[in-house]
Design a protein around this ligand. Structure first.
Ligand SMILES: [Zn+2]
Length: 261
């Protein structure tokens, strides 16, 4: 599906897995903003689109060509699309890399006023913000707060840069349980699954890089392999293979390695 304004996703992982098929640009940086206004008091749990439309209207009035941000993250953690991700955002003057060379920052807005004493960035909203940031950070994007690029408090004085970045970098890794003997189900998870078992699968699929982290690239490799292999690991015509769900469950383990004990 092509990029479209106003699509609402239940969470960031759902958005990210959809976005992957629409992303052609290289994201050099990921820019973190809060909306300031509207804030949490304007959100009633149902008015995502209404608030998004109001922001867009305001941005157009300011002379922008479109809504400024690529996505908005709402207090319930839901994600709504804004400006096409393959075009530069209106994030901060002089920092948008607006020359359409296929490289620019990814910009997201967290709905709320996170200046101290106002809204709190917690729960599902924080989780979605982390997932989106981590996705780009793991692909080499630099994390930047709006206040590093302009004389503003954005994304709020209550949101510490070091605190936030540490949450992105120090995600708890899943311990690899040797007793599970490669039987652990491997799939997209937050935090992403890590371990020797992931590495073993990546080696088998000739994935690159073989980093022991089950991310979106690995998932795609699994899907591609499942489509053309049956339960015994034999090559079959595309679509006649295993259920191509991108999950390394028991059947896929067996297909990949023969009997897995
Ligand atoms: Zn901002």
């Amino acid at each position: 599906m092509a990029w479209k304004y106003g699509i609402l996703f239940d969470d960031a992982l759902e958005f990210l897995s959809w976005m992957r098929s629409n992303l052609s640009a290289k994201m050099t940086e990921v820019h973190v903003h809060h909306t300031y206004s509207p804030n949490h008091s304007h959100f009633n749990g149902k008015n995502h689109r209404d608030l998004q439309d109001r922001m867009k209207k305001y941005h157009l009035k300011r002379g922008f060509s479109d809504i400024a941000q690529h996505i908005t993250i709402f207090p319930d953690g839901k994600v709504m699309t804004g400006r096409n991700v393959n075009t530069p955002p209106a994030s901060a003057t002089g920092h948008n890399d607006a020359d359409d060379d296929g490289k620019h920052p990814f910009m997201f807005e967290m709905l709320g006023n996170f200046d101290k004493g106002n809204d709190n960035l917690t729960g599902k909203q924080l989780q979605s913000a982390e997932q989106v940031t981590r996705y780009f950070w793991r692909r080499g994007s630099t994390i930047r707060f709006h206040r590093e690029m302009a004389d503003k408090s954005c994304p709020g004085t209550g949101v510490g840069k070091t605190w936030f970045v540490n949450r992105i970098k120090n995600q708890k890794s899943e311990p690899y349980d040797k007793n599970q003997n490669y039987h652990r189900e491997l799939k997209i998870n937050d935090p992403m699954l890590r371990g020797e078992d992931v590495k073993r699968v990546q080696n088998r699929l000739k994935s690159s890089p073989v980093d022991g982290i089950f991310g979106y690239d690995t998932r795609e490799d699994v899907v591609a392999w499942q489509r053309v292999h049956d339960e015994k690991g034999k090559v079959v015509p595309a679509g006649k293979g295993l259920a191509a769900d991108g999950i390394v469950g028991q059947k896929t383990w067996q297909a990949l390695f023969g009997s897995v004990t």
